[in-house]
Structures are given as C-alpha cells and as structure tokens.
Design a protein. Structure first.
Length: 92
C-alpha cells in the first residue's frame, strides 16, 4: 500500500518499470538518478512511476508511427527487386 511504500521506499534494482526507464526511456542521467533516489526514499510511488513511463512510451510510439508513415513512400527502395534463393546462404 502507499503508506508502507512511503515509509520503506521502493527497490529499483528489482523493479521492471525502473529497468525500462534505465534501458530505454530515460536518457538523462540526472533524471534517472532522481527517479532512483525518489523511489528509494519513498517519494515516488510505483503508480506515479508507471504513469510517467506510460507517458514516455506513448510519446515514443506516436513519433515511431509518424516516422513509419513517412517511410511507407520509400520502403520499396530498400526491398530486393529479384527473388533470392536462400539455400545458398545456409552452411551445411
């Protein structure tokens, strides 16, 4: 519960939400240290951290979808024009 989490703090070293912040979505080291510190100190609760991560993921996906739409016009430039026999690529 929230009261207990505020008293004891969280454990970012075993938290999957923190790992997503660490590995993919929080690129600023100072911001990441702040998240870790607030978690350990009970200032940042799991629900708040999840909400922040969700916002970052949604922003990433919106940008990704925009870029994907732009790429639809050029994807043909990167596809193979000829049929390739893949059996020659496999070593026996």
């Amino acid at each position: 519960n929230a009261k207990l989490q505020r008293e004891l703090g969280g454990n970012p070293s075993v938290c999957s939400v923190y790992k997503y912040h660490f590995m993919l979505f929080t690129l600023d080291d100072n911001e990441l240290r702040s998240i870790q510190s607030k978690c350990l100190g009970g200032e940042l609760l799991c629900g708040e951290c999840k909400k922040d991560l969700t916002q970052k993921i949604n922003n990433f996906l919106k940008e990704h979808q925009k870029q994907r739409e732009k790429a639809k016009d050029t994807i043909e430039d990167y596809l193979l024009k000829e049929k390739v026999d893949l059996k020659y690529l496999v070593k026996k």
